[in-house]
Design a protein around this ligand. Structure first.
Ligand SMILES: [Zn+2]
Length: 381
């Protein structure tokens, strides 16, 4: 298969998809696009290498529950009972991600694009956490007592001969390339330390870096590549917001290609889920069923966020719902193969114009077999 869409790994924080539907946009968008391409459901990807997770685990019954299990239980809690994802769940510390990461790091060390070198970094004197520059209290324990500490670290030289993000890193057709992103993502230091102090992560001790893990901003790229390789995709397309892409792109620069599989970003915007209650009068006017409302919020709006890239305004919701309803009512009894194939080509090319075209959308809706979206992510329930 050529493309496989995968969500940018979601941080395993304290929320559920019912209370924070915005957290599921990347997952639902990837599912909607894979379904259009006729691909099997992809796994839902989760980011578990976080300082917040370290602290939650320490505070909870803590060390008595193995961390992997602790994270898995909290991921399972996000989904309504009996609705775990059809394509499974994968975290950024699964065994296949760890082994791929170590292989990629070793390849980069051989090529000279990563190095292990002695670095002096601000470190908390109380707990040993790397605090970063800026002189703020330690994020792990709150101590203000830091010191400069020298030790071995994994370091990336940011390539100077090309931008951190260029056109080929982004899954979008030429006219929809975000120039602004390429500019801001390039604004990073020339050297990046990719090793971090965390309780949990991709352990770098096999490389002689005891007590350090791979920076999760690099690790989530490896998780996406590992998931794509499992399904033999040539291009792993990570659904992600512009802000998040800006945050991880430099750290991921050496982790976007492995043995013929490459990673691209599909950028999407934020959605005004806090304002969907304002659609009530339109729901009544159209006599919209729960399945129709869910289809709008969990399938159409994520697709629309790919079209807009920046935030969708609450003011746009009524006209978007009308567009969705007009397409719903225009669904043909028999799918127009030429129209649908054109949409499939557009999805493969990163062209999003079909999403606001009534006839194209109506034909895509007509191909969707299940009236609910359980395969596309957790439904309301
Ligand atoms: Zn500390």
């Amino acid at each position: 298969m050529r493309h496989l869409f995968l969500n940018g790994p979601v941080q395993n924080g304290p929320f559920t998809f019912d209370t924070r539907p915005g957290k599921a946009v990347g997952i639902r968008l990837a599912a909607a696009l894979n379904a259009i391409l006729g691909l099997p459901p992809a796994p839902h990807l989760w980011n578990t290498v976080t300082l917040a997770g370290d602290l939650r685990h320490r505070e909870a019954d803590g060390p008595r529950i193995p961390r992997q299990r602790f994270e898995a239980d909290r991921i399972a809690d996000k989904y309504p009972p009996g609705q775990s994802p059809a394509g499974g769940i994968m975290t950024d510390t699964d065994a296949e991600v760890v082994s791929l990461a170590l292989e990629m790091i070793e390849n980069n060390l051989r090529a000279g694009t990563l190095a292990i070198s002695r670095e002096t970094v601000p470190t908390c004197r109380s707990c040993g956490h790397m605090t970063g520059s800026g002189g703020h209290p330690c994020n792990a324990c709150g101590s203000t007592d830091t010191r400069e500490r020298t030790g071995l670290h994994l370091v990336a030289e940011v390539a100077q001969d090309r931008p951190v993000l260029d056109r080929s890193d982004i899954h979008a057709c030429h006219r929809q390339q975000p120039k602004h992103l390429q500019h801001t993502a390039a604004n990073v230091a020339g050297r990046l330390i990719l090793s971090r102090t965390r309780d949990h992560g991709i352990d770098l001790s096999p490389l002689g870096l005891n007590g350090l893990v791979l920076d999760p901003r690099a690790g989530i790229h490896v998780a996406v590549l590992a998931a794509a390789q499992k399904q033999q995709a040539d291009v792993a397309v990570m659904t992600i917001t512009q802000n998040a892409a800006n945050h991880i792109a430099a750290h991921g620069q050496r982790f976007r290609e492995h043995s013929g599989t490459r990673l691209q970003y599909a950028l999407h915007g934020h959605l005004p889920y806090d304002h969907t209650a304002g659609l009530q009068p339109l729901h009544e006017a159209y006599r919209a069923t729960q399945a129709i409302k869910d289809g709008f919020e969990e399938w159409f709006l994520p697709l629309f966020s790919l079209r807009t890239k920046t935030a969708t305004s609450p003011d746009q919701l009524p006209s978007l719902f009308k567009h969705y309803m007009r397409a719903h009512l225009a669904q043909p009894a028999e799918v127009n193969a030429a129209v649908f194939n054109a949409v499939q080509r557009a999805v493969g090319a990163g062209d999003t114009r079909w999403i606001t075209n009534k006839q194209a959308l109506a034909n895509v809706m007509a191909t969707r077999q299940a009236p609910t979206l359980s395969a596309a992510g957790p439904a309301h329930g």
